[in-house]
Design a protein around this ligand. Structure first.
Ligand code: PMP
Length: 453
């Protein structure tokens, strides 16, 4: 077995075409093992926030093998199948907010968001409001890498090379109190940040706006930034006032990651459409899904009778059998409770790291979705020169020392700004969190000594 794959020893298009990759062989619980026998604590939970139930869970593998033998692929134009019916029922009964009615399964988070947008536009069209086609999103957000979802996303570094082919888009500023709160208190800032949506809708004309899409806790692009209290409540009011649908992108935050079933549950705000992926199957099978409210489903059901969505893998029985097994595991082991408890402990340890290291400007998160933002100057919050690659360097050191981190750059404006995110399996213990913190603390110390003159 190879220990590494170098840039000239592969036929695969890897993320970095010039990097030598160690080869991963297996996972067990919160740990990954490469072919050289080195152990890594999976701090990013796959890439990222995927492996909610940990690696190598026998029940899920057994469910997968049973289903694969019975029926791996289903002609969904002709039949329903028991795995998709059961997975939908389990999600609606045990995880979803009360207003949700039905679920469509697809294969990724990007696809879930594409379908969410199509459903929103169709809902309005069926009600005779065909001009409502714009979906407003936020800067510094991540909704996927397909052309349409990159259009919704607000990571300028990723978008700029493709702007001419992205669908026209409308973004408002994110809710990021640490960076944009200024002299306001959190409540006043939350209201001001939400009111930007009201202004945007009025500028565009409510008759042209179908939906607003947002991550309850901004993951990949900001490094686990939760909205402040009151923000989503005000967003809901604004959407209602203008007849605009609220889409919660829960691809990263869904299924217990934040210590509640869904991220939006923290604020008790009902969304109209929720997109999901990652934790839905715990990474054991590619699966995405989108669920819609009773109001949306009944509107379409009583008019055209059919959503303009579909796809070869929609309703794949194998992926859905895996989802039911993985989500059953989440419930049986109270992993939502563990995410809340472990997340609180992890955040408290990160606060200590912040106190010890002046390059850590902010630590934040919700449940087991947490992040650190690095700054060159604590007072002004000025970011490091992007060329210094501070987050990547810290992440490289943790990797060398057996901890998988999820670094990000462009936290401030798409180019500058550094953060690292952690989203370990929801099964992580306090002792394993201590291990994560010890490796991270040392890595920050090492890079800090290099970058602070
Ligand atoms: N939305 C959010 C919030 C995400 O975090 C991601 C993936 N990181 C996506 C959408 C896209 O999901 P996928 O990679 O499965 O297409």
């Amino acid at each position: 077995m190879r220990a590494t794959v170098g840039p000239d020893q592969t036929d695969v298009i890897h993320r970095d075409l010039n990097r030598t990759y160690p080869v991963i062989e297996r996972g067990e619980g919160v740990y990954l093992y490469d072919t050289a026998g080195k152990r890594y604590l999976d701090g990013s939970g796959g890439s990222a926030a995927v492996t909610s139930i940990g690696h190598g869970v026998r029940e899920v593998v057994d469910a997968m093998a049973d289903q694969a033998l019975r029926l791996a692929c289903s002609p969904t134009h002709a039949f329903s199948n028991e795995p998709i019916e059961s997975a939908a029922q389990l999600i609606l009964e045990r995880f979803a907010p009360n207003n949700m009615a039905r679920i469509f399964f697809c294969s990724s988070g990007s696809e879930a968001n594409e379908n969410a947008v199509k459903m929103a536009v169709q809902y309005h069209r069926e009600l005779g409001e065909a001009t409502r086609q714009i979906v407003i999103s936020r800067w510094n957000s991540f909704h996927g890498l397909t052309i349409a979802t990159l259009g919704l996303s607000g990571h300028t570094g990723r978008r700029r090379k493709l702007v001419p082919i992205l669908p026209p888009s409308h973004h408002i500023a994110p809710c990021h109190f640490y960076r944009y709160g200024g002299s306001l208190d959190a409540a006043a800032y939350g209201r001001e940040a939400a009111d930007a949506l009201d202004l945007e809708i009025r500028n565009l004309g409510p008759e042209n706006v179908a939906a607003f899409i947002a991550e309850p806790v901004v993951g990949a692009t900001l490094g686990a930034v939760p909205a402040v209290e009151g923000y989503f409540q005000r967003i809901r009011e604004i959407c209602d006032a203008h007849g605009v649908l609220l889409i919660a992108d829960e691809v990263m935050t869904g299924f217990g990651r934040t210590g509640r079933a869904f991220g939006i549950d923290h604020w008790g705000v009902p969304a109209d459409i929720i997109s999901m992926a990652k934790g839905i199957s715990g990474g054991y099978a590619p699966l995405g899904a989108v669920m819609a409210s009773e109001e949306i489903v009944q509107t379409v059901r009583s008019r055209s009778g059919s959503f303009l969505i579909g796809g070869t893998a929609s309703g794949n029985p194998l992926s859905c059998a895996v989802a039911s097994a993985a989500l059953g595991y989440v419930l049986d082991h109270d992993l939502i409770g563990n995410a809340a408890d472990g997340g609180g402990y992890l955040l408290a340890q990160l606060e200590e790291i912040k106190t010890a290291h002046p390059i850590v400007g902010d630590v934040r998160g919700q449940g087991l979705l947490v992040g650190l933002e690095f700054v060159a100057d604590l007072e002004s919050k000025a970011p490091f020169d992007p060329g210094a690659q501070v987050a990547k360097r810290i992440s490289d050191v943790t990797f060398a020392n057996g901890l998988l981190s999820y670094p990000g750059q462009g936290t401030v404006d798409g180019t500058s700004g550094d953060h690292i995110m952690y989203a370990p399996p929801l099964t992580i213990t306090r002792a394993q969190i201590d291990e994560l913190i010890a490796i991270l603390d040392a890595a920050i110390g090492q890079v800090e000594a290099e970058v602070v003159a």
